[in-house]
Design a protein around this ligand. Structure first.
Ligand SMILES: [Zn+2]
Length: 429
């Protein structure tokens, strides 16, 4: 949390002769290469449970984040960042955010103020998406007291020294998007005793998210955390905004034959992937989205489809491996309906770059399983099994830049350079 040298020099300015100060600044500025970076887009998405501020910048910048009360606000200060007010679209009210304001301040700081409708906690979503020189920054807001992401809370009062995060920090948490199927007007399947799928999925998803948050180096993001409707595409979008490493959708199955029981795990079918690819390619001029960290809109047709195909294939094979790990663990908890991972064209599985699974935890139409689905102990066992599968998968396949990858590298004995050198070299990136 050390302040950049240039700031400390600026603070000294009034004590130095102007010429000396100018020289000092010049020297430090060119050494640090601190040309202003452009804020390209600013977006606010989400619900009253979890709202995200997403900033796309044309390069690296230092940023700080803090909250203020009376009235409640969230403030992001971006250092040496400029904005073209004619071109930047300021987003409308969304989720917890009532209004977005931005203004340049002294010292080349661009301040973004989110007026929020209640006290919130705000934290950085730890992984920035670096594409060439471009950087994406995401801030997540949750109502104070909400047990959503288990994130480190930022003090509600403005701290004397706002917490600061240098953007090229090395390790990040693994982000698991946990999706409770159905919700609100869509109850999903219903058991004979009236158990509703949407309630069971939310209960299991919440336990799973809490368990994930208690794992070192892992963090959960719930796509919904209450009984309301979230469209399927919006669930995918939330996972991608959070830059999830894995998307896990929790469901309960239903069938007319009440004797059928057991769990199943699904990944996207090839057919579902192909139709999704066609959709992405057709939409790509309108889509500001990156696929696998790459923009498609400036590529010709062939290159765009090759890049998309590579991204989808990687996501699909990762999904399959992760699904097998989860299925193995569900096998320990109870009956598995189908011993192999199933493939289908479910919409929530269609992220082109986030490995995705859909778990039918049990048959809500089977009286025994309906009873078990309602039982908090059984819900906890299901969540534990899913977590164990996820953990086993990531231990074998740690995404680069995560704490898990770093641990794996040092365990593999990368010599004397191991533990100490890795973070330092990553900082220099
Ligand atoms: Zn369902």
């Amino acid at each position: 949390m050390q302040r950049p040298l240039r700031d400390r020099l600026c603070a000294l300015c009034e004590w130095l002769a102007p010429a000396a100060c100018a020289l000092a600044l010049l020297g430090v500025t060119s050494a640090a290469g601190a040309a202003p970076v452009a804020l390209k887009t600013l977006d606010v998405t989400g619900t009253p449970d979890a709202t995200h501020l997403v900033l796309d910048l044309g390069g690296s910048a230092s940023a700080s984040l803090f909250t203020l009360t009376r009235p409640d606000r969230v403030v992001v200060d971006l250092k040496a960042v400029v904005v073209d007010r004619q071109r930047l679209k300021v987003p409308a009210a969304q989720g917890l955010v009532r209004k977005v304001r931005l203004a340049p301040r002294d010292g080349g700081v661009l301040r973004i103020v989110l007026e929020v409708d209640r006290q919130v906690r705000a934290h950085w979503v730890a992984n920035e998406n670096a594409v060439g020189e471009d950087r994406r920054l995401t801030v997540e807001l949750a109502p104070l007291g909400a047990d959503l992401a288990g994130a480190t809370a930022v003090p509600a009062e403005a701290p004397a020294a706002p917490p600061e995060r240098k953007l090229s920090l090395a390790t990040r948490d693994l982000i698991i998007a946990v999706d409770a199927g159905h919700g609100g007007d869509d109850p999903g399947a219903t058991g004979r005793d009236g158990t509703r799928e949407k309630d069971v999925t939310l209960a299991v998803a919440r336990v799973l998210a809490a368990r994930i948050n208690s794992e070192p180096g892992m963090r959960a993001v719930l796509t919904r955390n209450g009984d309301y409707f979230v469209p399927l595409r919006e669930r995918i979008r939330r996972a991608r905004v959070a830059q999830a490493d894995l998307f896990v959708s929790v469901h309960a199955d239903a069938v007319v034959d009440r004797s059928v029981a057991g769990s199943s795990v699904y990944v996207l079918s090839q057919r579902g992937a192909s139709s999704e690819a066609a959709k992405w390619l057709a939409d790509r001029e309108n889509a500001a989205d990156l696929v696998g960290g790459v923009s498609l809109d400036d590529k010709d047709d062939v290159l765009a489809s090759v890049l998309l195909d590579l991204s989808q294939s990687a996501a699909m094979s990762a999904s399959m491996v992760a699904a097998e790990k989860v299925l193995d663990e569900l096998n320990e908890v109870g009956e598995v309906r189908k011993a192999r991972v199933q493939q289908a064209g479910f919409v929530v599985l269609k992220s082109p770059d986030v490995p995705s699974l859909l778990i039918e935890t049990a048959y809500i139409t089977n009286p025994g399983e309906e009873r078990r689905l309602r039982d908090p102990h059984h819900q906890a066992r299901l969540a534990e099994a899913i977590l164990t599968g996820i953990r086993n998968y990531f231990r074998e396949n740690p995404p680069p830049g995560t704490r898990l990858a770093m641990l794996a590298a040092s365990a593999a004995g990368s010599g004397a350079a191991g533990g100490a050198a890795a973070p330092a070299s990553a900082l220099r990136r």
